[in-house]
Design a binder for this molecule. Structure first.
Ligand code: AQP
Length: 343
């Protein structure tokens, strides 16, 4: 069975951009592929973050993923830092990764602007992503469009490593992306990508009131100044969101009423809010149930990490061997007895 790997940062709440661009795909694919889904907390610390809330955010992200339909009987759900091999492989892959490639990554250039002094971890983010995927020798990576450039680099790193250490074999497969139709959801500011860190999101677990409060001021067609101006739905982000949350009949009605100035933008947003609320209701209800039993979520993550560690361990034994490291011998019996490990 082909293997898929994907990850999400616990850098904020799971939002409809993540859900439409990636998470829905994971839920659909988990039935047909061996699926690993990782809450990538080591990635999340490459941005400014609060140490006091990282653990809670990590559990909340896992809760949201389970509520969205990730099924622990079908997919391996785990936390990146629970499998130390991710960091180890990243270090090893650093040695075959061209610095120039890292410096030209669009996401690095965008996010670097948020720092006075840019941390090296931000530059190396794509190497950690390559390690995530290659550690499980995954064939496919379902992601949003923003991650395509990183995945191209992952393939380059795999090629370079295979050429140098593969002993004539393709040890690391070159992973291919799987995109959804919603490969880039624009934020409520109508400009940037919907992003946890930009505050332009609708959260998957937002209450009906929160959804409406966020949608109300959201940007629409900029040329539509008054209610009487005819609009152009194709350039309006609210119309695009209708395409994912409303029926085809409603989408057609929205377009007609916008072009004919029969609806104001608030009318259009009210219909969208109702449809988003109805779509997300079952996810929110499942999440509320899971929030009552955090120990169940931790147990699922514990099981996931133990399976992932076994898989990662197999890869790393091969990687260390092919890269020429001296293999650690098991401690001699006498020293084990001295240390009280055996009687
Ligand atoms: N706006 C989006 N449209 C479509 N897909 C998206 N994804 C993220 N935003 C959109 C996809 O969701 C998956 C998980 O993303 P991530 O958390 O690993 O990182 P990200 O892409 O950096 O997400 P954010 O929300 O923008 O987080 P911050 O602000 O913390 O950087 C990925 O597959 C991504 O493509």
């Amino acid at each position: 069975m082909p293997r898929i790997f994907s990850g999400i940062q616990p850098s904020g709440e799971l939002h409809i951009g993540n859900w439409l661009g990636a998470v829905q795909n994971w839920v659909n694919l988990q039935r047909s592929y061996e699926t690993l889904i990782c809450v990538v907390d080591l990635h999340a610390i490459t941005a400014k973050y609060e140490a006091e809330s990282l653990a809670q955010r990590t559990r909340e992200m896992a809760t949201s993923l389970l509520a969205a339909g990730i099924d622990p009987d079908q997919a391996i759900l785990f936390v990146q830092s629970h499998v130390p091999e991710h960091s180890e492989l990243q270090w090893l892959l650093n040695t075959v990764t061209p610095l120039g490639e890292l410096e030209r990554m669009t996401q690095f250039k965008d996010k670097a602007q948020r720092f006075e002094s840019v941390p090296a971890g931000l530059l190396n983010y794509p190497v950690l992503m390559a390690a995530d995927v290659l550690l499980y020798r995954a064939d496919l990576v379902p992601v949003g469009e923003d991650q395509i450039q990183h995945l191209e680099l992952t393939r380059e790193i795999a090629r370079k490593w295979n050429a140098q250490f593969g002993r004539g074999e393709t040890f690391f497969p070159e992973p291919q992306p799987i995109l959804t139709e919603a490969k880039r959801i624009t934020g409520l500011d109508g400009q940037a990508k919907m992003s946890k860190s930009l505050g332009n999101t609708i959260g998957l677990l937002d209450t009906p009131e929160e959804i409406w409060q966020k949608l109300r001021p959201a940007k629409t067609d900029p040329a539509r100044v008054t209610r009487l101006d005819p609009g152009t739905p194709e350039i309006c982000n609210i119309y695009h969101l209708h395409q994912y949350f409303s029926s085809p009949e409603t989408v057609a009605l929205v377009a007609e009423n916008c072009r004919g100035a029969k609806w104001g933008c608030l009318d259009c947003k009210r219909v969208l809010a109702d449809n988003i609320i109805a779509t997300l209701k079952p996810i929110r209800e499942r999440a509320l149930g899971l929030q009552e039993q955090p120990e169940r979520v931790d147990e699922i993550l514990g099981d996931g990490a133990s399976t992932a560690r076994r898989m990662a361990g197999e890869t790393m034994r091969e990687v260390r061997d092919r890269m020429g490291f001296l293999m650690a011998a098991p401690p001699a019996l006498s020293s084990r007895v001295q240390r009280g490990l055996e009687s």
